[in-house]
Design a protein. Sequence first.
Length: 448
Amino acid sequence: MRLHFVGHTDPLPLRGDLIKEFGDNVGLSRERAGTVAEYCQRALNLPPEAISYEGRGDSQPVASNATEEGRQLNRRVEAEVWYDEIGEKQVEKEVIVPREVSRIKVCRTETVCKLRYKDGHSHRARIKNLVPPLHYDKGMLGVTEEFLQQVRQALENLRGKQNVVVKLTAYTDNIPLEGRDKRIYGGPIGLSKAVARRVSLAVQDDLGLPNAAIESEGKGSSRPVASNDTQQGRALNRRVEVEFWHDDPLQDLPDEPQLCPDAPGAETVTRVYESPSGGIDPILFENGKPLIPDGYTDRLRRIMDEISDKAHVRLRFVGYTRNKRLDRRTAAVYGDDIGLSMARARRAMTAVSEQMELTEGQTEFDGRGYVQSDDVVNAGFIEFDTSRVEAKVVYDELIIRDDYEGVEVTPMTREVHPVNPFALNLMRITVDGKPIDDPGAALHRRSP
């Protein structure tokens, strides 16, 4: 007596790697039957001669292949119990010809990593959802006391942590900007940057935080949490999310390889390029228009060419205003210093882009309002008599995810050796033959 497994598939043709691995549906169905056969052999502790299998492809459907439900029923492995029966007619010798059985060896590999803290770095932990998102209308010109109290309480709860940073990230709905907002912010990214900046300044002022303890970022309409087709959904998408980062020194990392973090390149960080030829002069304004000196754009082009081998080289324009209260007319047009600095940064960006014939992806802008020192608490404000826009050459750099910033990661691949080399080693697969528990597992056919 033995168990015989028959694999079946739906008629959909194979594609890509499946064709290279199995050839056709008959090969795929045979592979599935063999996988089930090996599992049952091990689970039932049967000898190899008690198991056999074959694949019949899509030749014997049990349901219509016109629907997904029917195709799911046709993707199956049937089990049959075979046994030998001696007939009434006596013969001198009854010979049973065994079926040719192909053995399947499962070769499992895994990628592990050696982790080591870089000198002067410690692990950074990120905490989300301590504070509900702050929802806003228009350009967020005011921050509620309730929100400030929630941030204040969260920081109080994190009092024992080292180097705590509050990061505020603003998002918008996908409604195109019009009129005044269009002229000031340009689009959703510019609007979200201004919103994040206003909220961060309000939090910083209320809690008396140094500049190093607060960050802001605008991501436009990139990550909606609800449908933008309804007014209620758009209101939910107009939000400012709060994260708290702090040092989380761990014990010494073990010498044994560990599970790897996300592969390098999953995220990028933007770097500001410092040219050996010196800094870039700010762009000043006269009667609301940017003054672009002769040769200014030529120098920007030369600096960009210095790092042409970097990823996403572009110009960033950051607007600043003088530390002076806006007059009534200006306040009516721009709302506040953030709006004014955003508008001027955008004008400078447009003027330079036209002269240099840059694409949209080669420029970006932001507005910071009043010019401040790096540490307002200790150094106070740095006041300027004139507003200006600073131009910077920036580029993107691949990094590992933030959780492992400051950790040196060395990947290595090794093979896992199961007790029984022909066993599945507790690996589960989908009906399409893809490993569930171990995505790196590979099936290799081996003849007996």
